[in-house]
Write a protein that binds this ligand. Structure first.
Ligand SMILES: N[C@@H](CCC(=O)N[C@@H](CS)C(=O)NCC(=O)O)C(=O)O
Length: 205
């Protein structure tokens, strides 16, 4: 049974969706990042960067336990472990990794900053909201253009979609009207219908 250390945020939900999609058994440990659980010595031993998510798999690649931080690396690990959601063909595989990195380097950090300036700060700082709000909209444009060519970010449903979905699910938080990005909306609605996605989005309960 894999131990998942998580909280109710998009980065955590990427991993719970992947675990659900892969049909892997897992146990949820709630790391309340509002209360500072991420800084306890016990948790830092699992994630030296004091962020969620993290996993511990007692059955690592060499049969010994492995701990992992960084949601993108965890998705790649789980895809390799199960042979799912990372295409086997090299072209498809690199496409999926390309869009996973786009999520990790662009969508996650930029939407996260938009949320910070638009919601977390008590006194809204217009410069921050405008800068990260504009960048979020620009990234939606990139996603929309990509999804005009393919139903999913890579040639098939993959870890790139799983990584991006929980961030787009917060479109209201970064003040984006999904109707303005019709291909993203179509993609979002399609993925929302997957039962494993609904289960993963409800973690932690
Ligand atoms: N690049 C990391 C980012 C993880 C991250 O920023 N997690 C946030 C929640 S979504 C967190 O734990 N924040 C707590 C903090 O910053 O103290 C990943 O993808 O795993």
């Amino acid at each position: 049974m894999i131990d998942l250390y998580t909280w109710s945020t998009p980065n955590g939900r990427k991993v719970s969706i992947m675990l659900e999609e892969c049909g892997l058994a897992y146990r949820v440990h709630r790391i309340d990042i509002g209360k500072g659980d991420q800084f306890t010595p016990e948790y830092v031993a699992i994630n030296p960067n004091s962020k969620i998510p993290a996993i511990v798999d007692p059955d690592g690649p060499d049969g010994k336990p492995i701990r992992m931080m960084e949601s993108g690396a965890i998705l790649v690990y789980l895809a390799a472990k199960t042979g799912r959601f990372l295409p086997l063909g090299l072209r498809g595989r690199y496409q999926a990794l390309e869009w996973l990195m786009f999520q990790m380097g662009g969508v996650g950090p930029m939407f996260g900053q938009a949320h910070h300036f638009m919601r977390a700060k008590k006194d809204e700082i217009p410069y921050g909201s405008e800068r990260y709000g504009n960048e979020a909209k620009r990234l939606y444009g990139v996603l929309d253009a990509r999804l005009a060519a393919t139903p999913f970010l890579a040639a098939e449903y993959s870890l790139a979609d799983i990584a991006t979905y929980p961030w787009v699910a917060r479109f209201e938080w970064h003040r984006v009207d999904l109707a303005a990005f019709p291909r993203v909306k179509r993609w979002f609605d399609t993925i929302s219908m997957r039962p494993a996605v609904a289960r993963g989005m409800a973690v932690p309960a």
